[in-house]
Write a protein that binds this ligand. Structure first.
Ligand code: MG
Length: 373
């Protein structure tokens, strides 16, 4: 199943060469002799710009799996990003993707059927499943000759400003990081440690831009959490993400009812069937493609949350421009975006959607709009 290095470069070169000359591929999709789809994958390690510190861990790299689906000479790119706390790894992804046999399908447009099959292979493995979903979307968009935001009928001018994450660190480093992030119109602050207020005060000593806060389940007392949120409101904070442990459902619901700021579910949900459980417990959901098996389910989650009157954020892991571009395709529909994953790495093998002066920029290229560097 694994593609040799030589063939990997050969197949990626086909599409990259076409796109670099600004040619929109027009391929016949009604050939009398239908081709087969072929999935290949390769491990890759993302190097992070800064040490990434959450309330529970620190790291300098993120393991990913780069995937491709090749069909009649066209290549769709995908990716699984697997930060360790989510429980997937290059080993588990290799094991899962080795079981995926796309050669049984000869029509990439049967996305429902293909992705239902992929989902049925095993439980879990959400990021590995997303890597197939994203590559299939890229392939189908290229076959149609249109980017996904157009297929979905969205306006690329309506992409959101992304937040940019300032990690937990010493005041000097936080001040420095905040100054470096001057182009961003909203900053995200990781909280849930003893120096929470100090982090905010330090950032406020440098900038007045709106801030959003991600507690990563770090507060366990609902009254403490509510006091913190009132304090944060005075400091110009826009929303509070996952304030308390996901298991404290009643406490989170109480907090959301009392809170002067929107609360966002992140760790509390993964997939489509979880969205309804967030209703009445949080004000909004954070959709991440790596947790929900990709673009197809993420788009459904977005629409379900809207139907429930909830707000929507789209987030990411540290990822290459492949997964960021996939999420950005649906971003004109969201209230808030946290799509800084490809800005936080130094070895992105792709060009694609990226924040320009803080605003997500979509390219008018088919599929995800990504090309190999
Ligand atoms: Mg979060």
């Amino acid at each position: 199943m694994k593609l040799s290095r030589k063939n990997f470069l050969k197949t990626t070169g086909v599409v990259a060469a076409g796109l670099s000359f600004g040619i929109t591929p027009k391929f016949s999709i009604n050939k009398s002799k239908a081709g087969k789809m072929r999935l290949t994958f390769e491990p890759y390690t993302l190097q992070l710009k800064h040490v990434f510190t959450l309330s529970t861990s620190s790291r300098t790299t993120t393991p990913v799996m780069l995937t491709q689906i090749e069909y009649e000479g066209i290549v769709g790119y995908g990716e699984a990003s697997m930060p360790p706390y989510l429980g997937e790894s290059q080993e588990t992804a290799t094991k899962f993707l080795s079981k995926v046999d796309l050669s049984q399908f000869n029509d990439p447009f049967k996305m429902d059927e293909i992705l239902a099959y992929v989902d049925s292979i095993d439980v879990g493995n959400a990021a590995a499943k997303a890597s197939v979903d994203i590559a299939l979307h890229d392939l189908v968009g290229k076959l149609i000759g249109q980017p996904w935001f157009k297929i979905w009928g969205l306006d690329k001018e309506k992409t959101p400003y992304t937040s940019y994450t300032i990690g937990i660190d010493t005041p000097d480093v936080v001040r420095e990081k905040t100054k470096e992030a001057a182009e961003f119109k909203i900053l995200k602050v990781k909280m849930g440690r003893e120096n929470d207020k100090e982090m905010i005060e330090t950032i406020r000593s440098v900038t007045d831009v709106p801030l959003c806060v991600d507690v990563n389940q770090g507060w366990t007392d609902k009254h403490f959490a509510l006091d913190m949120i009132h304090w944060l409101k005075e400091k110009g904070i826009v929303f509070v993400e996952q304030p308390m442990p996901k298991e404290q459902v009643d406490d989170n619901a109480w907090l959301t009812e009392q809170s002067p700021l929107p609360t966002i579910a992140d760790e509390a949900l993964q997939r489509l069937q979880d969205v309804i459980k967030m209703y009445g417990v949080y004000s909004a959901i954070n959709i991440k493609l790596m947790k929900c098996t990709g673009m197809r389910e993420g788009y459904k989650m977005l629409n379900l949350a809207r139907a429930l009157g909830m707000k929507v954020m789209i987030g990411c892991m540290t990822e290459t421009s492949v997964a960021i571009s996939a999420a950005t395709q649906m971003s004109p529909l969201v209230d808030w975006a946290d799509l800084d994953g490809n800005i936080l790495i130094i070895n992105d093998p792709f060009n694609g959607a990226i924040a320009i002066d803080g605003k997500m920029r979509l390219l008018d290229l088919p599929g995800l709009g990504v090309e190999k560097k």
